[in-house]
Ligand binder design. Structure first.
Ligand SMILES: Nc1nc2c(ncn2[C@@H]2O[C@H](COP(=O)(O)OP(=O)(O)OP(=O)(O)O)[C@@H](O)[C@H]2O)c(=O)[nH]1
Length: 257
């Protein structure tokens, strides 16, 4: 993914929220004005039962969901996505996202191929009107703050207000405190994040796009929840996202990076 994320430079046009791509052509950013997303992502996220689709990376998937990364500028949304998608960390000078961009990744969840179409939004205020339009189609939102930036944590309430205003009522939401590798610069305690998450009833974990801590877990947990919601078998026990996160989450500890 290019660090300079302008709608034009990413491939010739910002994707419209109501625009669309044919099944299996969604990878690689908000390209191709006029192509629509909706056929690929039905409202409940499920693909047609028994008819796996083929993503443009050549991978088959059974269900597809749209996930959005939101939070203040600089909290690490792009880096989190790049870490998850490519296993790499974007170090160096910070170039802010312009508008919105996306990447696809197919995960196997309990034997089911789940495609996540992950939208990376610009955190800067001036792009809010662009990103608001995308909330309504999102099945899940990962809301990030930066543990080294108090303001990004204080702004979480405002983000939640925005989410309640623009996203679907049943959207899957998770709060992430990113950059926990920066132990010296940390100003937001883990307990503060936990308390806020509890107050709003959302699952919480701390992450590091730099070290990779809990990055895979955050996306896997979301994928599991969405898959269980859309494909629950009659006798299957209900998947409990909060419990799963609590059980699986790894602390940053002193030396894990
Ligand atoms: N130490 C550390 N730095 C990080 C981490 N994640 C991101 N960064 C750095 O933080 C800066 C901002 O990261 P981005 O991923 O571009 O932030 P963003 O949230 O996408 O910002 P916008 O595009 O403006 O919304 C970059 O310099 C990254 O290298 C992390 O986990 N640890």
């Amino acid at each position: 993914m290019s660090r300079k994320k302008t709608p034009r430079s990413k491939g010739g046009g910002r994707a419209s929220p109501s625009s669309a791509l044919p099944p299996g052509q969604g990878n690689g950013g908000a390209r191709g004005a006029g192509r629509r997303l909706s056929p690929e992502l039905p409202p409940n996220g499920a693909a047609l039962p028994g008819r796996p689709s083929l993503s443009n990376s050549g991978e088959f998937y059974d269900v597809a969901f749209k996930v959005m990364l939101v939070g203040d500028s600089g909290v690490g949304k792009t880096c989190l996505l790049v870490r998850f998608k490519d296993g790499a960390f974007l170090a160096g000078s910070f170039i802010s996202t312009v508008g919105i961009d996306f990447r696809n990744k197919v995960l196997t969840v309990d034997g089911v191929k789940v495609k996540l179409q992950i939208w990376d939004t610009a955190g800067q205020e001036r792009f809010r009107s662009v990103t608001h339009a995308y909330y309504r189609d999102a099945h899940a939102l990962l809301l990030l703050y930066d543990v080294t930036n108090r303001a990004s944590f204080d702004n979480i309430q405002a983000w939640l207000t925005e989410i309640h205003e623009y996203a679907q009522q049943d959207v899957v939401l998770m709060l992430l405190g990113n950059k926990v590798d920066s132990t010296q610069e940390r100003v937001v305690k883990r307990e503060d994040g936990e308390k806020l998450a509890k107050e709003y009833g959302v699952p919480f974990m701390e992450t590091s796009a730099k070290s990779g801590l809990n990055v895979e877990l955050a996306f896997t947990a979301i994928a599991k929840e969405l898959k269980h919601r859309s494909m629950k078998l009659p006798n299957e026990p209900k998947f409990k996202l909060h419990d799963y996160v609590k059980k699986e989450v790894r602390g940053s500890g002193c030396c894990r990076s």
